[in-house]
Each structure stands twice: as C-alpha cells, then as structure tokens.
Design a binder for this molecule. Structure first.
Ligand SMILES: Cc1cc2nc3c(=O)[nH]c(=O)nc-3n(C[C@H](O)[C@H](O)[C@H](O)COP(=O)(O)O)c2cc1C
Length: 184
C-alpha cells in the first residue's frame, strides 16, 4: 500500500549532511512507490509554543500566524513522519523542535482534526557518534515521542563522525538511507 511520507528536516545548512541523508532516503521512498514531501523547518518561521492553550480557537491548530499553518495540512495528510536533524547539543535542532512542540494542538481532546501518522523514522548526523553516547539524548526523545503517540519506529539512522557539510558523501551511509527508504 502506498504511504504518504512527510520528512521534517532541521538543519539550517542547505546541502548539509542531514539534507543529503533526507534526499537519499526520499529517493528510496519514491522508488518503493510511496509519496514524499519535505518541510524544511529551518527555512520557515515557526514560533515556539507559548502554552496559551488557545489551540483551535481560531479554527486552526495554533492561533499564531506562522508557517505552522503551512505544515499543518501536510501533517494531517501524512502516514509516516520522518525526523531528520543534525545533532545540536545532544538533541534535535531548535528549528525542528519548535515544529514538534506544536503537535501539542493535535493532542487536545477537543481537537477537530487528528493526525493519521502511524509510523516514524529518525535520520541524524553528528560530529560525535553513537558508540560514545552522543546520540543518547536524541534517541530518548525520539523514542518517547513515538511511544507516547503509539507510532511504530521504522528505523533510526544515526550517522557519526561527520562535521563539514557534504562529508556524509564519503561514508557510504547515503546508500543505507536509500535502502531504508525503499524498505518503508
Ligand atoms: C549549534 C551546533 C551544535 C552542535 N552540537 C553537536 C552535538 O551536541 N554533538 C555532536 O556530535 N555534534 C554537534 N554539532 C555538529 C553537527 O551535528 C554536525 O556537524 C552535523 O553533521 C551537521 O549536519 P548538517 O550538515 O545537516 O547541518 C553541532 C553543530 C552546531 C552548529
């Protein structure tokens, strides 16, 4: 069955390591007959959640006017959500986290629309690596979100030891990302 995949990227670097990882994954997703959309959180203004608890009172998830208004319909269509981020201080980037925080609106009992997302994937790049424990914070966050929302984790790719933009090309990990996408 064809799935609708939404990839949320978190890096402010265009053509950076995680962007290349996302591209390879998406190529695999499309080869498998699924559809994929990308939303680059770093290139869309999304204000952090202000805990006003006024979600949906203006007919949309968040009452504030920012690019979450563009992301919301994409989220509502998706079957699979992919988090793709460079590791920033042992977790996802602030840009991606601001978007994730606004999923809060969909958790409200009175939410008129819910998410249909059932599966998720984590793609990440870092200067450090998993063996040294650098990814523990991000992994714990991702797993907690997936558990809480009852989403099935379809894979985590945690690429390590890459700093400069484009360094991922020589790691061979883009092929792995392509295969992960194909097997979704
Ligand atoms: C603000 C900032 C914080 C970072 N924090 C970490 C970190 O906690 N651990 C780590 O291993 N790398 C860290 N890095 C390095 C990036 O994760 C790494 O360079 C990554 O490959 C960048 O991906 P990108 O090219 O997609 O932006 C940090 C980089 C920046 C700019």
């Amino acid at each position: 069955m064809s799935k609708k995949v939404l990839v949320l990227t978190g890096s402010p670097r265009q053509l950076g390591n995680s962007a290349l990882l996302a591209d390879a994954f998406i190529q695999g997703v499309k080869a498998a007959g699924h559809t994929a959309q990308v939303f680059e959180t770093a290139f869309h203004p999304i204000s952090p959640c202000k805990a006003c608890d006024k979600c949906w009172t203006k007919g949309k998830p968040c009452i504030f006017n920012d690019d979450f208004d563009k992301l919301a319909p994409m989220l509502e269509e998706a079957d699979v959500l992919v988090f793709c981020t460079p590791l920033y201080w042992f977790n996802m980037t602030a840009q991606l986290k601001a978007a994730v925080d606004k999923l809060y609106a969909y958790m409200k009992p009175h939410a008129p629309r819910k998410l249909n997302i059932k599966e998720c994937v984590l793609l990440a790049t870092a200067e450090g690596n998993e063996a040294d424990g650098d990814y523990e914070g991000l992994k714990a966050t991702y797993k907690a979100i997936a558990d809480y929302l009852k989403w099935t984790n379809r894979g985590m790719m945690l690429v390590g030891n890459i700093g400069n933009a484009g360094e991922i090309i020589k790691t061979g990990k883009l092929k792995e990302a392509l295969d992960l996408g194909k097997n979704l």
